[in-house]
Ligand binder design. Structure first.
Ligand code: T46
Length: 182
C-alpha cells in the first residue's frame, strides 16, 4: 500500500495493494493499524454507498457543524472526484483538488474534514463506497454550486448531466463566504 500526500493539508491519495490471481482479486481497503502513524486519531463511524449512472453529478456537499472526513473508493466504474477547501486557516482555502478514481486500481482519496465534496460519474455506472468520520446530520448539510465559474472546476465532458434540484440550487462559493463572514 502506498500513500501520497498532496498540496492540500490532510488530503491523501492511497493505493491499496491489489492481489490478483486467476480467481479475480483481493484488496484491503482499510486497515487501521497500518494508518496509525499517519492518522492516530482517525476513526470511521459511518459507511456510505452510492450508485450513479454516467453523467450523474453529486455535490459539492459538506456538513457545517459536523464535518466529515471521507475515505472514498470506487468499487465499479470511474468518477471525477472533487474537493473544495473550506478551511479558512488553510493555505489552500478556496482551492479545488480533483482526481479521477477508478475501480481498475481501487485507488482511494481521503478528503479531510472541512472540505466540500462531489463527483461526476464518467463510466456507464459508478459504485462509490466511502467511510465517514462523522454521522449524517441532514439539517447540518450545505452545498456549493458545482458550476460556480469562480471555482474553475474543469468537469470532464460526458454529455447530459443528471444533477439533483438541491445541487442545482446550491449557493456559490462567494455567497457561502458572505454567509459565514469570510
Ligand atoms: C448523504 C446521506 C444521504 N442519505 C439519504 C438522504 C436522501 O434520501 C438520499 C440521497 O441523499 P443525497 O441526495 O444527499 O445523496 P448524495 O447527493 O449522494 O449526497 C452525497 O454526495 C456527496 C458526494 C457527498 O460527499 C456526501 O457524502 C453526500 O452529501 O440518501 C442518508 O440516509 N444518509 C447520508 O449520509
Amino acid at each position: 500500500m502506498r500513500i501520497e500526500k498532496t498540496d492540500f493539508e490532510g488530503l491523501l491519495r492511497i493505493f491499496p495493494e491489489v492481489h490478483r490471481d486467476d480467481r479475480g482479486l483481493f484488496a484491503e481497503l482499510w486497515q487501521a493499524a497500518r494508518y496509525e502513524d499517519l492518522w492516530p486519531e482517525l476513526s470511521f463511524v459511518q459507511d456510505n454507498f452510492s450508485v450513479s449512472k454516467k453523467g450523474t453529478l453529486r455535490g459539492l456537499h459538506f456538513q457545517k457543524k459536523h464535518p466529515q472526513g471521507k475515505l472514498i473508493t470506487v468499487l465499479e466504474g470511474e468518477i471525477f472526484d472533487v474537493a473544495l477547501d473550506l478551511r479558512p486557516s488553510s493555505k489552500t482555502f478556496g482551492r479545488v483538488y480533483t482526481v479521477s478514481l477508478s475501480a481498475d486500481d481501487l485507488s482511494q482519496v481521503y478528503i479531510p474534514e472541512g472540505m466540500a465534496h462531489g463527483f461526476l460519474t464518467l463510466s456507464p455506472v459508478a459504485r462509490v463506497f466511502y467511510r465517514c468520520t462523522d454521522f449524517y446530520y441532514p439539517d447540518d448539510e450545505a452545498g456549493i454550486l458545482f458550476s460556480d465559474a469562480n471555482l474553475g472546476i474543469r468537469w470532464p465532458e460526458v454529455g447530459e448531466l443528471t444533477v439533483s434540484e438541491k445541487d442545482r440550487r446550491a449557493q456559490t462559493f462567494f455567497e457561502w463566504r458572505q454567509s459565514v463572514g469570510l
